[in-house]
Ligand binder design. Structure first.
Ligand code: CP
Ligand code: NVA
Length: 306
């Protein structure tokens, strides 16, 4: 049966550990994976802008001996030329898997239901699972293990924060989220994450107090205040997020060896200062690089090359 990657919630902890150990193997460069996905084609349909997601999947697939096919949204006219059922049925006859970035998470779930091939979530308004798998792998790589890590997220309780809730709950990472009251993560996601955390022992705390959330943190993470598709709210959000900037003063409250993370793209000197993103704690480029390595492991698992 085909497997999709729609949400980290759907992965067993053993599967996450398997993705991470396969990523280690891929990064070690000792085994030859250069033909593992030979003859396979991965489609990419990205209805929002993308740098990392597109390039990391294209280069990663190439390195595994497969091909990618970029589907220009203006030609495909997703949802306008034909319904999701026909779209999914047809692409399932040509492609071996599809990465989709879209607005509505429900639409992605519907696509996965109709498609006979693996569907990979390349970001929706609700979740960004590939990002957070790469983030957790990056922390494990830096800190040696995820056990007992205190992770602090400051900013918008949006797609990245939602996937972090699932990812930390699954892997036992203690997550302290601080958002303005109006920008809290969705309550149904928090409820599900708290339920998952019972199994791993992860402590999840939500507040509107960045200083308290960062206190003693091993990792401090932020995301943009205005996500793709919310551009018309930019001015209002800049006001609403005052006091939530990740700057030197804030990260001085974290552990002295804390790692600073951002999924990128960053709106420099809004949610994060130049000094911090370019400073000695920042691992943002390792994080971006690991998108490719972790996604190669995901592709091997979903496309049967492992
Ligand atoms: N972090 C991330 O998904 O980047 P892109 O939007 O550039 O793909
Ligand atoms: N929250 C951001 C993440 C970008 C990778 C957005 O949705 O635009």
């Amino acid at each position: 049966m085909k497997r999709d990657l729609i949400s980290i919630k759907d992965l067993k902890i053993e599967e996450i550990e398997h993705i991470f150990s396969l990523t280690d193997t891929l990064k070690a460069g000792v085994e030859d994976f250069s033909q593992s996905l030979s003859g396979k084609t991965l489609g990419l349909l990205l209805l929002k802008p993308s740098l990392r997601t597109r390039v990391s999947f294209e280069v990663g697939m190439n390195q595994l001996g497969g091909h990618t096919l970029y589907l220009p949204p203006e030609d495909i006219k997703f949802g306008a030329r034909e319904g999701i059922k026909d779209f999914a049925g047809v692409l399932s006859r040509y492609l071996d898997a599809l990465v989709m970035r879209t607005f509505s998470h429900k639409q992605l779930e519907e696509l996965a239901e109709f498609a006979a091939i693996p569907i990979i979530n390349g970001l929706t308004d609700l979740l960004h699972p590939c990002q957070v798998l790469a983030d957790l792998y990056s922390i494990k790589e830096k800190k040696g293990s995820l056990a007992g890590i205190n992770f602090s997220f400051i900013g918008d309780g949006n797609n990245v924060a939602h996937s972090l809730l699932f990812g930390c709950a699954k892997t036992g990472v203690n997550l302290n989220i601080a958002t303005p009251v109006k920008y809290k993560p969705k309550s149904e996601i928090v409820t599900e994450a708290l339920e998952i955390a019972k199994g791993s022992g992860a402590k999840i705390v939500l507040s509107d107090n960045p200083s308290a959330a960062v206190g003693g943190a091993d990792v401090v993470y932020t995301d943009v205040w205005t996500s793709m598709g919310q551009e018309s709210e930019c001015k209002k959000r800049k006001k609403d997020f005052q006091g939530f900037q990740v700057n030197q003063k804030l990260i001085s409250l974290a552990k002295s060896d804390c790692s600073l993370m951002h999924c990128l793209p960053a709106h420099r000197n809004e949610e994060i200062t130049d000094e911090v993103i370019d400073g000695p704690h920042s691992i943002v480029l390792d994080q971006a690089e690991n998108r490719m390595h972790v996604q190669k492991a995901i592709l091997l698992l979903l496309l049967g090359g492992d």
